[in-house]
Ligand binder design. Structure first.
Ligand code: ATP
Ligand code: MG
Length: 300
């Protein structure tokens, strides 16, 4: 994502505006074959329950509606629940691919709202037990996915577990979700701090969720990004903010994404703006090895 310093309040308003080339249009070609062009965006947080799954689900839908091919990966090992929010029940997950029982296409569920959903994290630690040939076969199978879509959105678990760090490091971009709660902000900072110490790190941006208005979003962004700049030397971007909106809670109860059930409510407007911004930016995938190759490497 492009660098937008957050120590200037006016910058946040600027976030809703930018337009650039679509991700799909920047896909490199080699010998007529399309190389990896999927942008891998992980959505994580320090504190749990700040809104990652809702953001991941609705961002995936909004990007899909804009014509992008999107795969949403539920990468939360502990409390995988994107399928609950979406009211679908995938029969298979990545562990079936790892065991060679299913292909990647067989485990992906195509949602009515556009994106494909993969239950991701379960069984990944079993990769460590695979022999080199099986591991190579797995990586090749997963690499197919990256060549066939524009975005892979990873809904990660909360905190700084090994799984979360593996997904975050393997991604191209990381959206760190926080709310105005002090504990959410300090835990977001803790996640950012751990990632700045790892040898490989994605480009990081903040998403401020459950804010009462623009002014509160600016204050949260200034506080988290200010501390990150001062103590970690990291310049954080702000990807967007989402208003606190009872329609989100109602949608969860209905088991429908808020973009479907209340497309014009305040939270949906913010989510659409977030997707507009994310979708209009040029990704940084070229020159990096495949996401799944990197991810499998972290577990091996
Ligand atoms: N913008 C919002 N406005 C109002 N409520 C919200 C908003 N975003 C999220 N919520 C509420 O927060 C709850 C938790 O959201 P969600 O499940 O997306 O969080 P999470 O970060 O994925 O949690 P976990 O860490 O357990 O995976 C939702 O069920 C909803 O009630
Ligand atoms: Mg979640």
């Amino acid at each position: 994502m492009s660098a937008i310093p957050v120590d200037q309040a006016a910058r946040l308003r600027h976030l809703m505006g930018g337009q650039a080339a679509s991700a799909a249009s920047s896909c490199p070609q080699e010998g007529g074959l399309r190389l990896r062009c999927a942008r891998i965006i992980a959505i994580a947080s320090g504190k749990g329950g700040v809104g990652k799954t809702n953001i991941a689900v609705n961002l995936s839908i909004a990007l899909s509606r804009k014509g992008h091919r999107v795969v949403l990966v539920d990468a939360d090992l502990g409390t995988a629940n994107a399928d609950v929010v979406l009211n679908v029940q995938p029969r298979f997950d990545l562990s079936h691919v790892i065991r060679g029982e299913r292909t990647i296409d067989e485990i992906a569920v195509t949602l009515d709202s556009g994106p494909r959903l993969i239950r991701g994290a379960s069984g990944l630690s079993a990769v460590a037990d695979l022999g080199p040939n099986d591991r190579q076969r797995l990586v090749e199978q997963l690499a197919l996915l990256e060549r066939r879509c524009d975005f892979i959105i990873l809904d990660c678990g909360a905190g700084i577990s090994q799984n979360v760090l593996a997904f975050a490091q393997a991604a191209d971009e990381l959206l760190v979700v926080t709310t105005p709660e002090p504990t959410a902000m300090t835990d977001a900072y803790a996640l950012i701090k751990v990632l700045t110490r790892t040898p490989v790190r994605p480009s990081m941006s903040l998403v401020i969720n459950q804010v009462g208005g623009m002014r509160e979003a600016e204050m949260v962004a200034e506080r988290v990004a200010g501390v990150a700049a001062r103590f970690l030397g990291v310049c954080l971007d702000v990807a967007g903010h989402i208003l606190r909106d009872e329609h989100v809670c109602q949608s969860v109860r209905l088991r429908r994404p808020v973009l479907d059930s209340y497309p014009r409510c305040p939270a949906s407007t913010c989510l659409a703006a977030l997707a507009e911004r994310v979708g209009s930016q040029r990704g940084q995938t070229q020159g990096r090895p495949g996401f799944f190759r990197r991810l499998v490497g972290f577990f091996y």
